[in-house]
Structures are given as structure tokens and as C-alpha cells.
Design a protein around this ligand. Structure first.
Ligand SMILES: [Zn+2]
Length: 176
């Protein structure tokens, strides 16, 4: 509500009149907004209320979202986005870090680990051999040694089952 109270700006001297100005003043008042006449004002206030509410929730969402990571493949941002740091044996691969959502993190993790393994593979040992080739040779030698020993035991085993009746063991195997 506004009103215009008159105010004495300057008391006039003997030869002139008093100078009186009026200034518009707005005072807060309680207005009953019920009814068609109050609808416009009510709508404005309601919209302000909704806007304040939306601003508050948007600020909150932005704050929580800022703590989430962004998937490096699809750009998804949510609480399920995790990071993975590949632990490499060399300075080049150490600290390769990938960030991914629940779908893409396994892919990124596998790629990072593969890259680390490839670098480790290329490294030379003290005796100038490639680490990867040497490791493969070692495992292959161990596997063939194991297969040889298994063949040896298989050669000696058949003497045992012959003691039992062969028909019984084959029937049992059929049931199982
Ligand atoms: Zn993703």
C-alpha cells in the first residue's frame, strides 16, 4: 500500500510561502488476496515461492553432482561412477587413472591393465631377454613338465582299477 504524505521541506521566509513536498511511501500491509481481485498478486507471490524452492534444490543438486565423477566414455555423472588407478611397474604406466560408470569402468580397467602388462612385457631383463617372452617360456616349461608328470602317473594308474570289477565302475560312472 502506498500513500503520499506531505512534508515541509523549507519554512518560507517572510516574502515566500512554505515549500511543501509530497513523497510516495510504501508501507507493508496485510492484504486479503482471496477473490478474483487478489489473484494476480497471489500468483506472483506463488511463483516467487516456487522459484525460490527450485533455486534451492538446483543448488543442492549441483553441490552433490560436483562430488560425482564423469564417465570418460559416455559422460554419465552419478554416484556409481568410480575411478581405477593402474599400478604399473614403470614410471610410464604408474598412475594411469581411468574414470568410468558401472558399464564402462570394467572396459577402462581392462584396457589400463592391458597397457601396463604390455609395457612390462617390453621391459628387458638383466640378461637382455624380454620380460614377457621370458615369462611365457617359464610358464610353458612348467606346464610341459606338469603334463609329463601327469602322463607318467596315468601310465602307472591303470593297474589299480583292474583289481575291482570293471563293469561295476563303468555302471557307476554312467549313473553319475
Ligand atoms: Zn559410461
Amino acid at each position: 500500500m502506498s500513500y503520499e504524505p506531505p512534508r515541509l521541506a523549507h519554512p518560507g521566509r517572510g516574502d515566500s510561502q512554505d515549500i511543501i513536498v509530497t513523497e510516495k511511501r510504501v508501507v507493508p500491509t496485510l492484504v486479503d488476496l482471496i477473490g478474483a481481485s487478489g489473484y494476480k498478486c497471489w500468483l506472483h507471490l506463488k511463483r516467487l515461492e516456487i522459484a525460490v524452492d527450485k533455486k534451492r534444490s538446483a543448488d543442492f543438486m549441483a553441490q552433490t553432482d560436483s562430488k560425482n565423477g564423469t564417465c570418460e566414455l559416455c559422460g554419465l555423472r552419478n554416484g556409481a561412477v568410480r575411478s581405477f588407478r593402474a599400478i604399473g611397474p614403470t614410471r610410464a604406466t604408474q598412475g594411469i587413472r581411468v574414470v568410468g560408470c558401472s558399464i564402462h569402468l570394467p572396459l577402462l580397467t581392462a584396457a589400463a591393465e592391458k597397457a601396463v602388462a604390455e609395457v612390462a612385457d617390453d621391459q628387458l631383463l638383466a640378461d637382455e631377454r624380454h620380460a614377457g617372452a621370458a615369462a611365457e617360456g617359464l610358464v610353458a616349461a612348467r606346464l610341459s613338465a606338469r603334463l609329463d608328470s601327469q602322463q607318467d602317473t596315468q601310465d602307472t594308474q591303470p593297474s589299480e582299477p583292474t583289481r575291482k570289477t570293471p563293469s561295476k565302475t563303468t555302471r557307476k560312472a554312467g549313473v553319475a
